[in-house]
Design a protein around this ligand. Structure first.
Ligand code: TTP
Ligand code: MG
Ligand code: MG
Length: 392
């Protein structure tokens, strides 16, 4: 039996939690984001605030100018995570296959007749509201792309089924920018060819589609016509790592830790390039007598961020190095890999991470252009390379 996919996405999630908890701000424009300092950005805005053009990732300053009477809230991630957990647990009561894709959304995959799925989804939407006091929008479709598109079409409190029979006519007038995976660049490219809606996308010629969507073009159209999702991605069973053999055996001093940082940089860069995320960090040491030991640990966190990867690695290595007098080789790898195409939002609430991410993007840009030897972070060096090499 073909799959039927339900997509649940909470409405103005962080702002709705705030409005639920503080009755006096219900029905008012509420903006959640970094309120300290003047460099914060909007994490989300209530639907009342969106009328003023306020949206996620907008600088708080701009939001203030657009709607000075809005209620600005710093937000508290613990409350949102609590709400998420209640919602996802409820989803699990309704479906055995729940795939959580962000803090406020999940795909539920059924192998059941359409009407029965629609009934379950209706019931789930009501239960979410009853249990958490928060509203969800629901989309139903023959695949994930259409289910996600559907849930976004009639927000807030939307309930939008897109059965295969009515496709693609039922989505003909939807702007292409609404399709998850079509970003601002692709949208702009489409518009240069006069393509704004899904209907126009379907009547475009193959060359234009290839130009705008590249190798994804065929799969995109297949899914928009209601084709089934490809089989789910398994967690990849290989790992991704880098090792370094020192020109001379070292103690776990500055040269050692600088090398570890570089390895973390390389590993996280590979993860970013391949759009992967890891769930296990693994370190390996080889001593001057060729004795080799490794340690690994399950971790949660963003391994594409080298700073975070370094923090995960550091603790493991601190313990492991006590077994070695001198070190000949060190290795860092990420394992338990999975495809990580979802945007990460944590940085918007945690400005420190936001700064790190900006730095990482800048480094990637230089490395992409001039090669990986072209730039070494100053924090790694503190003194010249030569000084480091003679550290021992
Ligand atoms: P979204 O589901 O994208 O947005 P939303 O739930 O606020 O609004 P919508 O009704 O359109 O779905 O994101 C869920 C939460 O994730 C959001 O409430 C706040 C957080 N978030 C950020 O912190 N930064 C961001 O850039 C985005 C997009 C979301
Ligand atoms: Mg949402
Ligand atoms: Mg969401």
């Amino acid at each position: 039996m073909d799959a039927v996919v339900v997509h649940i996405d909470m409405d103005a999630f962080f702002a709705s939690v705030e409005q639920r908890d503080v009755p006096s701000i219900r029905n008012r424009p509420v903006i959640v984001g970094e309120t300290r300092g003047n460099r914060g950005v909007v994490a989300t805005a209530s639907y009342e605030a969106r009328k003023y053009g306020i949206h996620a990732a907008m600088p708080m300053k701009t939001a203030e100018n657009l709607c000075s009477h809005a209620v600005f809230v710093q937000g508290s991630i613990d409350k949102y995570v609590d709400a998420s957990l209640s919602i996802f647990n409820l989803c699990l009561e309704y479906c055995a296959s729940v795939d959580i894709v962000s803090v406020d959304e999940a795909f539920l995959t059924y192998h059941d007749v359409w009407d029965s799925v629609t009934e379950k989804a209706t019931c789930l939407q009501k239960r979410i509201q009853g249990l958490t006091g928060l509203s969800a929008s629901v989309g139903i479709g023959p695949n994930r792309m259409l289910a996600k598109l559907a849930s976004s079409l009639n927000k807030p409190q939307g309930f939008t089924p897109l059965p295969e029979q009515g496709l693609p006519q039922s989505i003909a007038s939807v702007p292409v920018s609404e399709i998850s995976g079509i970003g601002t660049k692709t949208t702009a490219l489409f518009s240069t060819f006069g393509i704004h809606t899904i209907e126009e996308l379907f009547s475009a010629n193959g060359t234009i589609l290839d130009l705008c969507l590249g190798h994804r073009a065929h799969e995109f159209l297949r899914l928009l016509r209601g084709g089934q999702d490809p089989p789910p991605q398994r967690i990849k069973d290989h790992s991704l790592g880098h090792e370094f053999t020192f020109p001379h055996d070292v103690k776990p001093g500055r040269e050692f830790w600088v090398t570890v940082r570089r390895l973390c940089d390389q590993v996280s860069r590979r993860l970013r390039q391949q759009h992967l995320q890891g769930t296990v960090v693994r370190v390996k040491l080889r001593g001057n007598r060729f004795e080799t030991r490794s340690r690994e640990r399950a971790v949660t966190g963003d391994m594409q961020n080298p700073f975070m990867l370094y923090r995960m690695t550091e603790g493991l290595l601190c313990v492991l190095t006590t077994n070695f007098e001198r070190i000949r080789l060190v290795g860092v790898s990420a394992a338990g890999l999975y495809d990580a195409v979802q945007p990460d939002f944590t940085h918007l609430l945690f400005p420190g991470i936001h700064r790190e991410k900006k730095l990482i993007s800048a480094l990637d840009a230089v490395w992409d252009r001039y090669g990986e030897q072209s730039l070494i972070r100053g924090g790694f060096l503190r003194g010249s390379e030569k000084e480091l090499m003679s550290d021992e």
